[in-house]
Write a protein that binds this ligand. Structure first.
Ligand code: DLL
Length: 433
């Protein structure tokens, strides 16, 4: 089912014509209302009138998270403060928080993107949607909530925490859809095991999982454990929240990015040059309709690809590939680039290991070291020591062979790594800054 058939199947020329009109309007709006952008435009000698073709977006300067921080809290807002009806903010654990304001129309658009995204996952107005993303300044909870309401489904606003109770509520209320981070889905599954609830026997049919990096291996693991379709949803608070892009059931090979609202580009993260379709690079997004805090060429730091080939579902909007990681999450271990997801993939290929892991990076005698701590599942845990040692050696060998780094492997007993209610913390970097 599609939520907005005419828009989701708009032919490419029409999408691009709409994007150009909206881009021109956006440039005029920010030039008139946001001193930061006016100065940026003036500094490089362009005016909104210079945007004549869609490709002219490349004339415009990038916007970065630091620009939002430098203009904390409301400096980049493009609408009068009294027209802002909601604020969200990032946690701000490193530096100042980034603050995002939404007008009533922004919230309508966000709910539309979210409702389209839920439809991509096969969610219908008849479904009961359990939202276990955190509610609050984080966009996950309220984003999924309004998306499901817009669709006309029944929402259970559970938020994070009280995990065992949540599983009981899911059973009692007959939830069909679960929205949360993939790591929290596994935590819910474990809690189910503890209280004797088997997810495969519940009416739960689909998971709408995102907000953190995860692998195809993790998807298969969750699908098998819970007996559901595990779907990938992408979003970021600076740009909107969940629902910027979403997997569709028909292909599951990339997330449709709603191009009437966002103009995507892929660039080389080092040189800033545009990359052609299919090449991995940093996703850059321009918000075409946002009023509260529009962003021009926002550097997301997320690494992915663009795919304009037609999709089996009939939607014409571009697909972004599963995220390869954030450029700022990339570990450089003795000169070798490693993403946590690559390690996750190798862990989950090995039989007997669980998707609960942490990567500890340290520096000893001026050399970077890496330790992968990973929990065993119950079956492996009760196996003989010889088997455990063999598994440890195999994982070490695979990491060396495929990723080119020597890692220490530490197998932990089940449930020894602290569970998170939101985004899992995968990397502990102890290196001096
Ligand atoms: O995580 C918004 C969101 C909520 C998305 C619920 C999906 C579901 P932030 O806290 O600002 O917003 O974090 C955004 O999370 O730049 C990515 O690095 C990462 N991320 C989000 N979705 C995915 C995904 C929300 N599906 C940052 N796969 C983004 C991998 C993801 N990483």
């Amino acid at each position: 089912m599609l939520f907005n058939i005419p828009m989701e199947t708009l032919p490419r020329e029409e999408i691009e014509a709409l994007q150009l009109r909206r881009l021109q309007d956006l440039c005029a709006r920010v030039y008139a209302n946001v001193p930061f952008y006016r100065k940026r435009f003036n500094d490089i000698g362009i005016t909104p009138g210079d945007i004549k073709r869609l490709d002219d977006v490349k004339l415009l300067p990038f916007t970065e998270k630091q620009d939002m921080r430098n203009n904390y809290p409301f400096g980049l807002f493009c609408a009068p403060r009294e027209n802002i009806v909601r604020l969200h903010a990032s946690s701000g654990t490193t530096g100042k928080a980034t603050v995002v304001g939404y007008t009533a129309r922004d919230l309508q658009h966000w709910a539309e993107c979210g409702a389209r995204s839920l439809c991509c996952a096969g969610v219908t107005p008849r479904d009961i949607v359990h939202v276990a993303y955190g509610y609050g300044l984080f966009t996950g909870g309220l984003g999924a909530h309004y998306a499901a309401e817009r669709l006309g489904a029944t929402v259970i606003p559970a938020s994070g925490g009280a995990t065992r109770r949540q599983v009981q509520l899911m059973r009692d209320f007959g939830a069909n859809v679960l929205c949360c981070t993939p790591s929290y889905a596994l935590h819910l599954w474990e809690a189910g095991q503890e209280v004797g609830i088997d997810f495969r026997e519940l009416p739960l049919r689909v998971g709408v999982f995102g907000a953190e990096p995860w692998t195809e291996e993790m998807r298969r693991d969750i699908e098998q454990k819970m007996g559901i379709q595990a779907m990938n949803i992408y979003g970021l608070s600076e740009v909107m929240g969940p629902g910027v892009a979403m997997d569709c059931l028909e292909s599951k090979t990339g997330m449709h990015l709603w191009e009437d609202f966002f103009l995507p580009e892929i660039i080389d993260p080092v040189t800033g040059e545009s990359l052609p379709e299919g090449e991995v690079g940093e996703l850059v997004l321009t918000t075409l309709t946002k009023e509260g805090i529009p962003l021009i060429r926002y550097r997301t730091r997320d690494l992915t690809t663009l795919d304009y080939t037609p999709c089996a579902c009939g939607r014409t909007h571009v697909r972004i590939g599963r995220l390869r990681g954030r450029s700022d999450d990339m570990l450089i271990i003795r000169g070798v680039n490693v993403f946590p997801q690559q390690i996750e993939g190798l862990i989950l290929e090995a039989e007997g290991l669980s998707p609960n892991y942490q990567i500890i990076v340290d520096r000893v005698d001026n050399l970077d070291t890496i330790e992968v701590q990973v929990e065993m599942n119950e079956t492996l845990f009760s196996d003989e020591i010889r088997k455990l040692q063999a598994l440890e050696a195999r994982l070490r060998k695979n990491i060396k062979e495929f990723l080119g780094v020597s890692a220490k492997i530490t197998l932990l007993s089940p449930r020894s790594i602290e569970r998170s209610e939101g985004k899992a913390k995968r990397i502990i970097d102890k290196r001096p800054k």
